[in-house]
Design a protein around this ligand. Structure first.
Ligand code: J2J
Length: 550
């Protein structure tokens, strides 16, 4: 089924009816949810942004700010269905803007703070974005000039809003400014319907450009309520957003949106390192957070020597990449809190270990699905079910897993089965207790400590270098990150001398996120081939894994 205006396949009517009848889809929108929370407990603190000076928002203030911004956006012609590329670090304005856009039915497109001009350019062009929201400077980067260049080249991009000093653009603060008497108490335009899109999330990606994931109010809210129940999120929860707020994990598992849905308190963390995060945990009484495995490792190691009081921490969720069993065993004693593993994906399906699981299950599995209506199939290369307990490709379908990417018909035919199962590209097995264990990956992707790299994207960049004849980018095991990226390069015979640093710089200068720059570049004369004359990534990966110098 495809809904007009949705630009993506959606759930067939019989599934939608089932999910509504089961009470999964409640017919609620994010705009309404915040309004209700604000009415129920207006003076409770919803949001804390600690840096550079501590700012707080009560539920009433957040609701009012979202309304003001929504009115300002609407006055500037933004409305239902318009795409708005959002490119902000963990600052309070991020949350304000998201709820303002939810309220007018405009769709945030969640760029990551690490993204640079090349990615932003693609998101704006591909989504035909009407606006781009960014900040003046972040981690030494000035975003305003790239924004001007992107706007110059993107005809649909009518607005650039900037948090901080706007330069030639519009200050976000000005959008929310009330011309006296002109701001209505509530947002003027009709809000979105619960079955409509709420936002576009980014896929980790296996192709040259990342695919966009269309999530609806109904389906995403269901995943939040489910996650809250499993993680015990309630009004006493204080959730630290250590990872980038735009990422699906800290947004929804249970994340800052889950915490707000439960009436809890969200504490934004500007950087996830222990030196920044631990004092915040202590000062703000943080009870819960979500970390990728390399950070969980850092936190575990730093806990012993810290003068900070971490006793408020109750639960740390770890996911995004495989967490080793021995690292998992050390977390609870070191941090004095519970561990939960989470295996999720922005496309939908999220698995958690449970609070009442025994330690063995928590440290050796990646959990089980949120919903009884999450359908799991584990299949072989020919899509036949493997024997129970054997490893195979994970396919999934359910009340919060998309049926197709946004405006990607050709790719959808490959990434989804005809009956609507999403091909996750993950290799898993199921334990007798029903938990999933992630055994590997069939998709061509590098998982660099939870940051996903599509080799094809990096290969395309390197192929544009005049001295490069051919290139293949693969993952190499790394003790800290889990995986790093290695680019095997066949230089052109007439290309002149070429050093690894030249190629790394070349990738960096294309204006892409730093995590995509190959960690290692190695020159070879030819690639191993598969039977059909294609480059064998399997052989390259095993060569990379066994070569001692990596
Ligand atoms: C192994 N691989 C994992 C895990 C994700 C919660 C948590 C994570 C994400 C996420 C998310 C893994 N062990 N515990 O969206 O809500 C790999 C798999 C998966 C891919 C999805 C959430 N947890 N992975 O990481 O969309 O390969 O979402 O298919 O970024 O990360 O990546 P992403």
């Amino acid at each position: 089924a495809t809904t007009p205006g949705l630009d993506a396949p959606t759930w067939p009517a019989e599934f939608a009816e089932r999910y509504r009848a089961a009470g999964h889809w409640r017919g609620e929108t994010f705009g309404q949810l915040l309004r209700e929370r604000a009415a129920a407990h207006p003076d409770r603190i919803a949001l804390v942004d600690p840096a550079p000076r501590r700012r707080t928002w009560t539920y009433r203030e957040l609701d009012e700010r979202a309304d003001r911004l929504a009115s300002g956006f609407a006055a500037r012609g933004l409305g239902r269905g318009d795409r708005v590329v959002l490119h902000l670090p963990n600052v309070g304005e991020f949350v304000e803007v998201v709820f303002a856009l939810f309220r007018i039915g405009a769709l945030p497109v969640f760029a990551l703070p690490a993204h640079r001009e090349a990615e932003i350019r693609h998101f704006c062009a591909f989504t035909e974005a009407a606006a781009y929201v960014t900040c003046d400077r972040h981690t030494g980067w000035d975003h305003r000039e790239p924004a001007s260049r992107v706007q110059r080249d993107t005809p649909t991009l009518r607005h650039v809003f900037v948090v901080g000093e706007p330069g030639t653009h519009t200050a976000l603060a000005q959008v929310a400014e009330a011309a006296p008497g002109s701001v209505p108490a509530t947002c003027p335009s009709a809000g979105p319907e619960p079955h409509e899109l709420a936002f576009l999330q980014l896929s980790g990606g296996t192709t040259g450009t990342p695919k966009l994931i269309p999530r609806t109010h109904d389906d995403y809210l269901y995943s939040l309520h489910g996650s809250n129940e499993i993680c015990g999120v309630d009004e006493h929860t204080r959730y630290l957003v250590a990872l980038p707020a735009a990422h699906n994990f800290p947004m929804s598992s249970p994340g800052w949106l889950g915490t707000l849905a439960a009436g809890g308190r969200v504490v934004l963390c500007p950087r996830p390192d222990p030196a920044t995060a631990f004092p915040l945990v202590a000062r703000e009484g943080v009870t819960m957070t979500g970390l990728v495995p390399p950070l969980a490792l850092l936190w575990t190691e730093a806990a012993a020597g810290t003068p900070e009081d971490l006793r408020s921490l109750e639960l740390v969720l770890v996911g995004g990449a495989k967490y080793s069993e021995e690292a998992a065993r050390r977390l609870e004693p070191a941090l004095g809190c519970r561990l939960m593993q989470v295996f999720g994906m922005a496309e939908g399906l999220v698995n958690y270990t449970r609070l009442d699981d025994d330690t063995e299950t928590v440290v050796t599995t990646q959990g089980r699905p949120i919903s009884p209506d999450d359908e799991i199939r584990i299949v072989d290369d020919a899509d036949r079910e493997v024997p129970e307990g054997a490893s195979g490709h994970l396919l999934t379908r359910g009340p919060y897993t998309i049926r197709g990417y946004w405006r990607a018909a050709r790719h959808n035919a490959r990434s989804f089965t005809p009956d609507g199962f999403y091909r996750t590209g993950d290799l898993v097995r199921r334990t007798p207790g029903g938990h999933l264990v992630v055994e590997g990956r069939a998709k061509d992707q590098i998982n660099r400590g939870g940051e996903k790299i599509a080799p094809e994207e990096v290969e395309n960049i390197l192929l544009a270098h005049p001295a490069v004849h051919d290139v293949s980018v693969v993952a190499v095991p790394d003790a800290y990150l889990g995986e790093r990226s290695l680019a095997y390069v066949v230089p052109r015979a007439d290309g002149g001398p070429l050093k690894p640093a030249d190629l790394k710089r070349f990738v960096r200068e294309r204006g892409v996120a730093a995590y995509k720059v190959p960690d290692v570049v190695e020159f070879v004369t030819a690639f191993p081939q598969t039977g059909v004359g294609k480059v064998s990534k399997t052989k390259l990966r095993s060569a990379a894994a066994t070569a001692p110098q990596h």
